[in-house]
Ligand binder design. Structure first.
Ligand code: GFP
Length: 797
């Protein structure tokens, strides 16, 4: 966008006056914050208007990305960057007496997601918009996003995240496009002139009101929208009850409806499906599909051509209700016969799987399902009946597999199976993960539908994670190879020519140093601990889960500590940095946080180890904090048990910022390994076949304890209350008797690779060379590349 500093100033002054009635000299930071966001939002709306006009003329196929989570983070900096207005806005704001950096800091993260899955959805909105594809995201306008985390005496404590108070400037309500969603009630069949008709009556109706959050592409005409639904009661409150003096009761229906969009569910890998979550899922799926169908019918006389004009992409199983809901719309609202409706549905829907963890593959109790969604249940039953019959008739060799492939089994609706049965495309998110889907989880489906399963390796929004998050590195890269990499990340490859250039390598080292100093300042403020910015920054930041093995990292740190203390180990000073939220109901995850914090308390105050080790747990890990951590990371810990991390995206973000990966052969680590070669990555541990073999043989963690003296030393120390006299019996007993993700089995190999890391770090030049090599080869992990894979292989195939 072409706007001068002067023009921007005029806009700001005018808006400040109309919104708040003030002149800049009288305004507070908060008022200027509101003013800047309002001005940028107006520019986005104008640009969106022009974009919609163009779309109308060309009428391309539309992509609808359905996701319960979009981890958007902050938007102001991203929008200014994408509109190419950041320097001008900075000056305009400064000339009015304010500081844009301070205004950036006032913006809350839109934390409408739990972790990698939600962040991926946001990275894809950025990539698709920059590339000019008409992708609309659909989700819920949660009043409260992912909880705020504080650590009190080692314990995670959760606080509500009221992001709308300062974040609602980005949301434009579209009340005229509100729709109704029906729950509960009775389903009956009636004969009419058109034949047998299904009637859903006595339902409870919820109004869904859309709010649009606009996303501008970078140097592109496109402005796409993320449409977030808010739930409210479809009926005004009950006047009769109110008149009778039953004030609270008169508003019950209001509260019941509003609860649906109240709060984001924390990652629930361990908890059985919750009623409210099912309602959330149906609410946003039904509202979105009604919206999509109406939009299609505004441009087309029929839904017959829906698959030619629309793809509805199901992001993980959470929006799997798209399958029966699209069927319901076609059958009940638009009068299609089953076969035709099924054909349209199957050719319109695509599905991405993000996990093989059995507890995360959603299942809903059939009775609960029926109670809330009676009509949807009859449709799922019919889909299942027809599917099972078809397999029985057409694939006799698969008759034995019918019970495990069915959409309904063991009294539950299986959402992943439902998606695979219906969708024309099913993809995993890294090569390894997609292979596991084909060869294991969905093997029987793959035999029957040979071309359905495919892979799209994840990617990240490099413009946010490099250009906005790491300005120092970005300027260096621009100086060396120009700015083509902003739009084509593969251009980073040109950096390889500087791998033996001492000036470039030492400049890279200096930049890392400055980014570490920046993070060290934050740590000192947030945790009250001074860390040495010359120590190696070793980082593990991600959702807390046993399979991601933060505990193995912590055990190894304890091992180092005991070696220094009791056995005179000398090592390069190291700062271990963790950031992770635990699902509030996930006890073991919270225990692991308590363990890491206890370890930190013990180590950080021990002056006898001469500052060789520090352990920092950064509370409230979120997108804006990640933007500060990644540029400072030197080691990227990606240490999940092989076969369990579908892809990982933090690994890509750290690589792009010059960190070296220390990881298992899991998820996208394998593809990072392929890109950088074995000399530029630290790989350890069992690979997937080895894990499976050990599992089949029978894994006995106690044996490792008995045979590996380091493991024994560490666990004995913990058991004796060595960590601040604290009781970590649950952790010790879990490791000795269960160790579900084989941390002890991989411990020795993990320990050894850390020694290698320590040795390599002594040679700064070699380290910087490896770091540059990693940056140069990270281009493939751009979200733009992933989007092009979706475009070519799934959406516009
Ligand atoms: C999940 C998977 C990750 C994967 C992302 C995005 O993320 O391996 O990279 O989805 O596909 F586990 P989390 O919710 O675990 O962060």
């Amino acid at each position: 966008m072409n706007l001068s500093v002067q023009e921007l100033k005029q806009k700001l002054v005018k808006t400040l006056k109309s919104e708040y009635g003030y002149v800049p000299e009288e305004a507070t930071d908060r008022q200027m914050y509101g003013t800047v966001l309002t001005v940028v939002q107006e520019m986005l709306l104008d640009k969106r208007g022009e974009y919609l006009d163009k779309l109308k003329q060309k009428d391309p196929k539309r992509i609808y990305y359905m996701s319960m989570e979009f981890l958007v983070g902050r938007s102001l900096k991203n929008n200014l960057y994408n509109l190419c207005l950041e320097p001008e806005m900075k000056r305009a704001v400064a000339e009015l007496g304010f500081d844009l950096e301070r205004i950036y800091d006032m913006e809350p993260d839109a934390g409408l997601g739990n972790g990698g899955l939600g962040r991926l959805a946001s990275c894809y909105m950025d990539g698709a918009t920059t590339l000019g594809y008409p992708v609309t995201g659909f989700s819920i306008r949660y009043e409260f996003g992912i909880f705020k985390q504080k650590i009190v005496d080692g314990w995670q404590v959760e606080f509500p995240d009221n992001w709308l108070e300062m974040g609602s400037y980005w949301l434009t309500p579209r009340v005229d496009e509100a729709v109704e969603v029906h729950f509960e009630g009775n389903v009956t069949e009636q004969w009419s002139e058109q034949g047998l008709k299904t009637i859903h009556s006595n339902y409870y109706s919820v109004r869904a009101v859309p709010y649009d959050l606009l996303i501008s592409g970078h140097k592109s005409d496109a402005v796409n929208s993320l449409r977030l639904w808010r739930a409210e009661s479809a009926d005004a409150f009950d006047m009769n009850e109110f008149s009778r003096g039953e004030y609270v009761k008169s508003m019950e229906s209001d509260a019941k409806a509003a609860a649906i969009s109240k709060v984001l569910y924390p990652a629930d890998d361990h908890i059985e499906g919750k009623e409210l979550r099912l309602r959330q899922q149906y609410f946003f799926v039904s509202a979105s599909l009604q919206n999509i169908v109406q939009a299609h019918l505004r441009q087309n006389p029929t839904l017959d051509n829906l698959p030619d004009k629309v793809v509805i992409h199901i992001n993980d199983t959470h929006p799997a209700l798209c399958v029966p809901e699209l069927m319901r719309l076609l059958l009940d609202e638009y009068g299609y016969q089953w076969e035709k409706a099924w054909d349209i549905t199957c050719r319109t829907l695509a599905y991405t799987n993000h996990t093989v963890m059995s507890e995360a593959l959603e299942k809903w109790d059939l009775n609960l399902f029926r109670k809330h969604l009676p009509r949807i249940t009859t449709i799922v039953e019919e889909i299942n009946r027809r599917f099972c019959n078809e397999i029985f008739e057409k694939f006799p060799e698969k008759r034995g597999a019918i019970p495990s492939m069915a959409a309904i089994g063991d009294g539950c609706v299986r959402m992943a199976n439902l998606c695979v049965i219906a969708c024309y495309s099913v993809n995993g998110v890294s090569k390894l993960h997609s292979d596991i889907l084909k060869e294991d989880l969905f093997k029987d489906f793959d035999d029957i539908f040979p071309h359905k399963l495919t892979n799209v390796t994840n990617g990240i929004a490099a413009r946010r994670w490099l250009c906005q998050g790491n300005p120092l590195l970005t300027s260096m890269v621009k100086e060396l190879i120009g700015d083509g990499f902003e739009k084509d990340l593969m251009e980073l490859k040109k950096l390889e020519q500087y791998e033996s250039d001492d000036t470039v390598l030492s400049c890279l080292g200096d930049i890392k140093q400055r980014n570490k100093e920046n993070l060290a300042r934050y740590i000192s403020k947030a945790n009250g601990i001074n860390v040495d910015p010359c120590s190696m920054f070793d980082v593990q930041v991600k959702r807390l889960h046993e399979y991601k093995r933060q505990l193995m990292n912590a055990l190894h740190i304890l091992h180092l500590y005991l070696q220094i203390k009791n056995h005179g180990l000398e090592m390069e000073p190291r700062t271990f940095i963790f950031g992770a939220k635990a699902s509030p109901g996930y006890f073991m995850a919270k225990e692991i946080i308590r363990f890491i914090c206890g370890l930190g308390d013990m180590i950080n105050k021990d002056s006898s180890i001469s500052g060789m080790l520090k352990v920092i747990f950064l509370a409230d890990y979120k997108v804006s904090l990640a933007e500060m951590i990644y540029p400072a990371a030197e080691i990227s810990e990606q240490i999940s048990q092989a076969g369990k991390e579908a892809s990982g995206t933090g690994n890509m973000k750290m690589m792009l910022n010059g960190a070296l990966t220390l990881g298992t052969m899991d998820g996208a680590n394998i593809e990072i390994y392929e890109q950088v070669g074995k000399d530029n990555i630290f790989i350890f541990g069992m690979d997937t076949p080895e894990v499976n073999r050990l599992k089949a043989e029978g894994y006995h963690p106690r044996k490792v304890y008995e045979t590996n003296p380091y493991v024994k030393e560490v666990l004995d120390f913990v058991q004796k209350g060595g960590i601040e006299g604290k009781n970590f019996e649950t952790i010790v007993s879990y490791l000795l008797n269960n160790d579900s993700y084989m941390s002890l089995a991989d411990f020795e190999s993990y320990r050894q690779i850390h020694q290698t890391v320590n040795d390599v770090y002594k040679d700064a030049c070699r380290w910087n060379q490896m770091s540059l090599h990693n940056i140069a080869n990270s281009g493939i992990f751009s979200a733009d590349r992933s989007i092009m894979d979706y475009v070519n292989n799934i959406w516009y195939k």
